[in-house]
Design a protein around this ligand. Structure first.
Ligand SMILES: [Mn+2]
Length: 271
């Protein structure tokens, strides 16, 4: 049985998944943000590294935000869990037992989720993003797909995949067949091999979107987007920011928000 620490205890010590207690050098009144890990597709090593990162999270903060595309594909069946996600779900479960809060938003690869996350893992799942408090900053967090697609084909594909009728039909396909089908479609969904010019354009569009949101919503301090796989941190006005932490899958990028504001980080396995 692993103890769960109360909120007041968590400021100084963290219960490890085993019976001993780790003492943190950093008081963890901080949030950690990561996105675009794309687990469950391709070789196993990148996933192992992500799981090591999840083990390190209690030393970095008390709230983990996973801003979409955690998994290369996720569909919430009523009685079946996609096998490719098993080890990641186990790692998230271990992280929850340390007392860290986990917020998950849906990305274009893993938006088809529901009550599973909360009921089985205690993870708050927001398919289309959320407004949350991160280290005292009022934050709008969403994956960011649909804002940046310039190609007509990508826009149509996003509309079809995101439609509730498509989800209802997909449920009736045997999981081995359905997941196999998505694996073959995956390169079109990811926009793999995007040239740097279109990534530049997408990054610019995201920044414009964040700036206009921050201008129309003066109550917001921070807008967090992912999806482009491009790290960006822009202080739009004093202590008001647009942040894209970049992609975990490309360089183990993540971000940390403390009372001083957000900062871009890169995970080193020795951390
Ligand atoms: Mn994405």
């Amino acid at each position: 049985m692993v103890p769960t620490l109360s909120k007041s205890q968590r400021g100084h010590e963290v219960a490890a998944p085993t019976s001993f207690t780790l003492y943190c050098a950093v008081p963890p009144a901080a949030a950690v943000i990561v996105s675009d890990a794309h687990i469950g597709h391709g070789p196993r090593e990148p996933a192992d590294l992500f799981h090591r990162f999840l083990e390190a999270v209690p030393h970095l903060g008390d709230h983990l935000v996973i801003n979409g595309d955690l998994l290369e594909f996720w569909f919430e069946y009523r009685s079946v869990i996609p096998r490719g996600a098993y080890r990641t779900l186990e790692a998230l479960s271990a992280l929850r037992r340390t007392g860290v809060t986990i917020t998950l938003t849906g990305g274009n690869h893993d938006r088809w989720g529901g009550a599973f996350w909360r009921d089985e893992l205690g993870v708050e799942f927001h398919p289309h993003g959320a407004e949350i408090d991160l280290a005292g900053f009022k934050t709008m967090v969403r994956h960011g797909d649909g804002l940046t697609e310039s190609r007509w084909g990508s826009r149509v594909l996003h509309a079809v995949v995101g439609h509730s009728v498509t989800a209802r039909l997909f449920r009736w396909i045997h999981p081995d067949v359905g997941i196999g089908l998505v694996d073959r479609m995956s390169p079109h969904l990811t926009g793999k091999g995007r040239d740097p010019v279109s990534v530049d354009q997408a990054a610019r569009r995201q920044q414009e979107h964040a700036e206009s949101l921050l201008s129309s919503r003066q109550d917001l301090d921070l807008v967090v987007l992912g999806h482009t796989h491009r790290s960006q941190l822009v202080e739009v006005a004093p202590r008001r920011w647009f942040l894209n932490p970049g992609a975990w899958v490309e360089g183990q990028c993540y971000a940390r928000v403390t009372e001083d504001g957000p900062a871009l980080e890169q995970f080193e396995p020795s951390e």
